[in-house]
Design a protein around this ligand. Sequence first.
Ligand SMILES: [Zn+2]
Length: 293
Amino acid sequence: MSRRQVLRLIPPLLAAAHALVPPTASLDAASLAAPPAPRKPPPAPSKPLPSVFSLPAPSLRASLVSAAQSMNASGLNHGTAGNLSARHGDGFLITPSGVPYATMGGGDVAAVDLRGESSYYGGLPPSSEWRFHRDVYLNFPEAGAIVHTHSPYASALSCVSGGIPPFHYYVALFGGKCVPRAAYATFGSQELSDNIVAALREHGVCACLMGNHGVVVVAASVEKALALAGEVENLARMLSIARGFGEVQVMSDEEMEVVLAKVKTYGKKDVDLGCMCEFDRKHRIVPPPRGDA
Ligand SMILES: [Zn+2]
């Protein structure tokens, strides 16, 4: 199917997709969204914002915009696909739906409340994938940021079964023995969100492929999530090349346990090793002795 034919299909698809309804708009966001026939009168302008969303968080907004722009410039994403978010107080900031990253400003970023009805505040309506961002933050308290891309190799790999197996030790960067593939569901749907949360939880990882779609990476910060999204793409590219050479050899469960123990000690000092289990200490990364001590 040509790109023009695909584009022609999009309007009817959008009209039918109930899942694309953004979370409840509030205050200035409601006026920006300009719904044709609001069922309720707009809230009084004097209604105060919840305290956490009255904070403009300019640096966090700027880092989301900057990361979104570099995501496209580096080839990890294309056009208006993909999205990014960062936890902020009792909610999260997220890139808006369908806005070119090159022209996006910090004020376009929406704030979504993790409480109640997931209302959004300010900016433009959030990405159509706001549901899985919300559910990842609700299910994984350690999640500080989420990056979703349509990076080409990883997205192509999401269209076949199996995810990214332990064919290279960098798979352990994501906390488990593979980068799993979440089962396919319609974009923006609650089912897709449920599938992503299930894949992350079942495999104890911070990244997964989304069936026939793309990639999700969860990390402590936007910068780390973006860097890990690059690692997923690189692994997918290496796997694609390896499969062209022949049957791919994967590492055993036992070897991946050792690799995971080593990865835990990346950048750690000896003083940090006390809280580790015996297995992890045994397999830690051991540098040569310091010559200037
Ligand atoms: Zn997507």
